[in-house]
Ligand binder design. Structure first.
Ligand SMILES: *[C@@H]1O[C@H](CO)[C@@H](O)[C@H](O)[C@H]1NC(C)=O
Ligand SMILES: *[C@@H]1O[C@H](CO)[C@@H](O)[C@H](O)[C@H]1NC(C)=O
Ligand SMILES: *[C@@H]1O[C@H](CO)[C@@H](O)[C@H](O)[C@H]1NC(C)=O
Ligand SMILES: *[C@@H]1O[C@H](CO)[C@@H](O)[C@H](O)[C@H]1NC(C)=O
Ligand SMILES: CC(=O)N[C@H]1CO[C@H](CO)[C@@H](O)[C@@H]1O
Length: 425
């Protein structure tokens, strides 16, 4: 039986790090800053999570650590059975991997994924420790640290408003970051680099679903241009270094992503987190209705950021070629279906009203991810499951199921509890 445990990022803020001991008897310490952890258990197992007071406590036996008793954490644990297995590893698990942008939605998911499949030697630098737009600082970093692999997930990002208000920042900062990192990675002996972009690199009128080959076949969406041009330059830079230096740089372009670390800002967020926030606020305030713009007919594709991270590790281990690779779920959902699903998950019981006088966006936006499917990767997190986890984490609520209830009870009744046990049916 494979059990999937999902731990919310909100609990690992500050310096605290989670350690989970699974299973109890073998007491493996798994460092889980946040995220999804999967393990295959064939017998009863126990599980406990801790907030050590400092990194130094990492090695200590867990009896000495303070047991986490926050109900919030417990409410966001859930257990599930899936038939998926971790990607088989080919790289040395102690390989030195630099994840650039590890605090962002994508970078943090990549770090979780690398850790959960056993990579131990990750190099992470916050913006204040290393300014990736500073060429000399980046060179010095690479010359000293000499990472073997690089995942480039750092970028200046933002919604429509930011895109059109700060075009100079979007193009310049993104070009600087990627140029500095790609060039230094090559010069200081990195074996392989994975560059991450976004589906907005494709022309506005690209055929649907959008194949990789439609890159540079038409005009871009004007609000995205500045960001998109930088990302396209990044793909081309990877290809150019492949050709001239026989250097292994690859690119992956994910579709619309969502996940617990998303931006839930009321004005400045994408459609999915915005919907989630509005339904949540309506539920809390007891509002009678939520009005959503448009007819709900446009079709969109969403991918959980943990699935993206899984695909990035897959590509790092298995893919080495010129072409950039689309990463999508391949599943289209109408905005209407999405809104209804979010409403149900949030548990808002009022009306969902469509304001059809407001414009709909592009009718359809779906990536063609058949190339990645042919390589042997497929997404694993269903939209409903992913949304429920995202909602629990982002809004600190519990989408209660019986497993969660019994765990909460057990731990609440005794602070000294050493953990709790799930029975394998
Ligand atoms: C889980 O472990 C059991 C026993 O070790 C094995 O028979 C089963 O195939 C494993 N399942 C998966 C999905 O790896
Ligand atoms: C699992 O737990 C149940 C109930 O606590 C117990 O009856 C059973 O023997 C356990 N199974 C194993 C393999 O330890
Ligand atoms: C860039 O980094 C170097 C250290 O490598 C530092 O001396 C310099 O002040 C930085 N430049 C800017 C503009 O921050
Ligand atoms: C704006 O830029 C980001 C990069 O943060 C991109 O992902 C997004 O789709 C862009 N466009 C709009 C219309 O928000
Ligand atoms: C709690 C939870 O995530 N349950 C899911 C477990 O997996 C099955 C099959 O994938 C889903 O139907 C459940 O909703």
């Amino acid at each position: 039986m494979v059990v999937s445990i999902h731990i919310c990022s909100s609990f690992s803020s500050t310096a605290a790090v989670f350690f989970c001991c699974i299973p109890y008897s073998r007491c493996q310490f798994v460092e889980l800053s946040e995220g999804r952890f999967k393990a295959n258990f064939s017998r009863n197992f126990s599980f406990a999570c801790f907030f050590p007071n400092s990194q130094k406590e990492k090695g200590k036996k867990f009896q000495n650590l303070k047991i986490l008793k926050y109900k919030l954490l417990l409410s966001s644990l859930y257990c599930n059975m899936t038939a998926t297995d971790a990607v088989a590893l080919k790289l040395d698990k102690s390989a030195k991997i630099f994840v650039a942008g590890h605090r962002g939605l994508v970078g943090s998911a990549v770090v979780r994924r690398l850790r959960s499949v056993g990579y131990t030697n990750l190099i992470l630098r916050s913006h204040s420790e290393l300014d990736l737009t500073n060429q000399s600082a980046v060179k010095t970093f690479f010359s000293i640290e000499k990472p073997q692999y690089v995942i480039l997930a750092a970028a200046k990002v933002g919604g429509i408003h930011a895109n059109s208000t700060y075009p100079a920042d979007f193009i310049t900062i993104n070009l600087q970051i990627q140029t500095n990192v790609i060039d230094s990675a090559y010069r200081y002996g990195v074996k392989k680099l994975v560059f991450l972009g976004s589906s907005c690199i494709y022309p506005k009128m690209a055929p649907q679903p959008i194949p990789e080959s439609s890159l540079l076949t038409g005009s871009l969406e004007p609000t995205n241009e500045w960001y998109a041009i930088a990302k396209i330059a990044g793909i081309k830079m990877c290809q150019a270094y492949r050709i001239q230096y026989k250097w292994d740089a690859i690119s992956a372009m994910p579709t619309n992503l969502y996940g617990p670390n998303d931006n839930f800002h009321p004005e400045n967020s994408h459609v999915l987190p915005a919907l989630m926030r509005r339904f949540h606020e309506a539920k809390v305030s007891g509002a009678k209705e939520v009005v959503v713009w448009g007819t709900g007919s446009p079709l969109r594709e969403f991918l959980h950021v943990d699935d993206l991270a899984d695909s990035v590790v897959f590509l790092l281990e298995k893919y080495s070629d010129m072409g950039h690779v689309n990463v999508g779920s391949g599943k289209e959902v109408s905005i209407k279906e999405l809104a209804e699903l979010v409403k149900e998950i949030v548990g808002f019981e009022g009306e969902l009203v469509w304001d059809t006088s407001k414009p709909d966006g592009t009718p359809r936006k779906l990536m063609d991810s058949s190339m990645l499917a042919k390589l042997g990767w497929e997404p694993k997190i269903a939209l409903r499951e992913g949304l429920a986890g995202t909602y629990e984490c982002a809004f600190h609520v519990s989408v209660v199921n019986s497993v969660v209830d019994s765990i909460a009870l057990m731990t609440d009744s005794s602070e000294k509890a050493r953990g709790f046990t799930w029975e394998i049916p």
